[in-house]
Design a protein around this ligand. Structure first.
Ligand code: ATP
Ligand code: MG
Length: 434
């Protein structure tokens, strides 16, 4: 008979059957290891066994991530007859029991839950919750036999969830179960191999090995050690032409300089179907404080775009994404481009969390989906120089070291150019915003 659970998942179900679940039940570990799947099966069985008039809650960082990660899967697992939901009403019905749906980020969620007496709570991606929200949630779980079931990937070793809860399993009424990628017997070997390839360094340790480790050392080790493997050079004109055929459009990231940093532009080619990225050209504006004004930035940007047009006549230069903290500079740049007859759309950078951008850069490098044109000297140096901030790491934060070195300046500008497409580039990556 075909198995319907992995051995690890069965162990968890056996604990439930033997009534050995605890008040808090947290499944943690590698990506794709089968945590969410079994946690939802368990949640459904458990809710069905609890009072009809109990108060049940499912919560994730946002309602959208709750739907994406859990609600549709729950419906597929138990069938539409047993679970339906409405995101607009923030409510569902699971085996006839009303289930409230909330997002941690929703400003009103905390107030609403504060007034509840909960029978059960399901939490998706616990490390993305704030500690306040989580402890408030626990204080509401006061019905007899109340339980929390949650899942998470590892994070920093001094994350509140690790230090205050997981490490105190013995003192608290808490069950922690670790799931590893290899525990998931449903994944095919080639898929697992590719998945492992995507992750490097701290991301490998956390998301593949399931370890709670700090971000330390070099950020792009593969590139720092073997940059030549990732560089692109056109030796013949035909190669440039063939390359242009693969590209959907160019997108330019623009980072405006501050007191100690330079204004930078990086043009990235986004390949058809978001299969690949190629950084094509970079530039920074040289000059001291007082020497650079918006006219100069506009002039150099227009020259940068025109040079790209001349070099890659077959490629559309579609977007410019600029540092969104400088709105008046963006407006000026947009006008200047229009006056120069450039059809480029200038918009705000979306400023995704830096860790997500770093993970994406690493995953693309590791899977042969990111190349850097050899003329991008600034970007090449910046990628090689990028390191995690070890002081911040000691305080439990993942931060890219910014010691105002000009090498690092280029990275934000580079990332602004492609971060809007991160979901298209890595559809399965959940990201730290949830
Ligand atoms: N019991 C099962 N039967 C069939 N497929 C399963 C089962 N458990 C897991 N899977 C498969 O494995 C995939 C990963 O499982 P799941 O989403 O539960 O992992 P996860 O540990 O929550 O991962 P992440 O940390 O990335 O959220 C599922 O999308 C599904 O394809
Ligand atoms: Mg999951």
């Amino acid at each position: 008979m075909r198995e319907i659970y992995t051995p690890k998942q069965k162990t968890l179900l056996a604990l439930w059957k033997k009534r050995q679940l605890k008040r808090l039940n947290i499944l943690q570990g590698s990506v794709r290891s089968g945590k969410t799947w079994i946690s939802l099966v368990l949640w459904a069985f458990w809710v069905a066994s609890m009072p009809k008039n109990g108060t049940y809650l499912m919560v994730a960082k946002t309602l959208t991530s709750l739907r994406r990660n859990c609600l549709d899967l729950l419906q597929a697992l138990v069938g539409e007859r047993h679970f339906t939901y409405s995101l607009s009403q923030k409510e569902g019905r699971l085996f006839g029991r009303k289930v409230y749906l909330e997002g941690v980020n929703d400003a009103r969620a905390e107030g609403k839950i504060r007034g509840m007496t909960l029978t059960g709570a399901y939490c998706d991606e616990l490390t993305l919750f704030t500690e306040d929200f989580f402890s408030m949630l626990l204080s509401r779980l006061s019905d007899p036999g109340a339980k929390l079931i949650g899942t998470t990937n590892p994070d920093h070793p001094s994350h509140w969830l690790k230090e205050k809860y997981l490490d105190r399993e013995a003192e608290l009424d808490l069950l922690v179960m670790q799931f590893l990628l290899d525990d998931n017997t449903f994944l095919d070997a080639a898929y697992v191999q590719n998945l492992k390839k995507e992750y490097t360094g701290v991301f490998y340790k956390r998301f593949i090995l399931g370890l709670w480790v700090a971000a330390d050392g070099v950020i792009y080790p593969q590139f720092a050690d073997h940059a030549e493997r990732y560089l692109l050079r056109f030796t013949k004109e035909e190669e440039r032409w063939t390359f242009a055929q693969e590209v959907a459009f160019l997108s330019i990231g623009i980072d405006f300089g501050g007191n100690r940093s330079l204004t930078t532009f990086v043009a990235t080619a986004v390949h058809r179907g978001f299969r690949k990225l190629t950084a094509l050209r970079d530039h920074h504006i040289i000059g001291h404080k007082g020497e650079i004004d918006s006219d100069r930035v506009n002039r150099e940007f227009i020259a940068f775009v025109k040079q790209l047009q001349a070099e890659y006549p077959g490629i559309v230069i579609r977007y410019g994404f600029a540092d969104n903290e400088s709105q008046y500079l963006i407006t000026g740049l947009r006008k200047a481009c229009k006056n120069a007859g450039l059809p480029i759309q200038i918009g705000d950078s979306c400023k995704r969390p830096i860790v997500d951008r770093i993970h994406c850069g690493n995953a693309l490098f590791n899977t042969g989906r990111l190349q850097i044109h050899e003329d991008c000297h600034l970007l090449i140096d910046g990628l090689k120089a990028a390191v995690w901030d070890s002081k911040a790491a000691q305080q439990g934060k993942d931060v890219r070291l910014d010691n105002f070195s000009s090498d690092i300046d280029i990275l934000d500008g580079w990332e602004y150019g492609w971060e809007p497409f991160l979901r298209k580039l890595l559809p399965e990556y959940k990201g730290v915003r949830g």
